[in-house]
Ligand binder design. Structure first.
Ligand code: ZN
Length: 215
């Protein structure tokens, strides 16, 4: 059987990421609170292949981890209403939106797009997925990121400014959602720099969904 990352690379899919979806993270980066969700895309080539380490790119001295809850789309849709959004996904996962923060700062200051800072090869960690019926509610999921055994980020999906179904409504106004597309729903507070030899482990509730070595 093909694993998730192989399937993603074989079929044409996209990753839609949401920026500034948790208040505490907006405050830690001293960003403005958005009036609408902030969206950006990562191409399929940004997905870190399963079991591969993450190599810090040579164009950045400040790559940050951002742990995020993922939603995998199972049905094609456009202009999806929030009340029907739950029909478009069955699986919830966890990943990392790696960000070259120094490069992103430069691009932000010039009002330029963020892609070089967020969509480079390997910048999207897509961990394992669980069916949503594993959980009582997708809007009350605890998730964590550990770095070298120490918890560095904790979040709960109830703290999202826009919840999953609202995000699907908003995103699908602009982008047709296709089978296999993945939504990165934003990071909670606690983002920080990665260094060579770090090990990053992500969990939703008590389930480990990825473990990544940094080189
Ligand atoms: Zn992010």
């Amino acid at each position: 059987m093909l694993n998730t990352s192989t399937v993603c690379l074989l079929s044409i899919m996209k990753i839609i990421c949401v920026g500034r979806n948790y208040s505490a993270h907006i405050e830690e980066l001293e960003n403005e609170r958005p009036t609408d969700p902030i969206l950006f895309l990562k191409p399929d080539t940004s997905i870190l292949l399963k079991k591969n380490p993450f190599f810090i790119p040579d164009f950045s001295d400040d790559v940050h981890y951002e742990v995020e809850v993922l939603v995998k789309i199972k049905k094609i849709g456009k202009h999806i209403q929030e009340k029907f959004a739950h029909k478009y996904y069955d699986e919830i996962g966890l990943g990392i939106d790696f960000t070259a923060r120094d490069l992103q700062q430069q691009l932000k200051q010039k009002g330029l797009p963020w892609e070089k800072a967020k969509s480079f090869d390997g910048a999207a960690v897509v961990g394992n997925f669980l069916t949503k019926d594993t959980f009582t509610s997708v809007n009350d999921l605890n998730f964590t990121l550990q770095k070298n055994g120490e918890t560095v980020q904790t979040g709960n999906t109830s703290l999202m400014l826009w919840k999953i179904d609202a995000l699907i409504e908003y995103i699908s106004k602009y982008f047709t959602l296709k089978i296999g597309d993945i939504i990165f729903t934003g990071t909670p507070a606690g983002v920080g720099k990665v260094n060579p030899n770090d090990v990053l482990v992500g969990c939703i509730e008590d389930k480990e969904l990825f473990s990544i070595k940094v080189k």
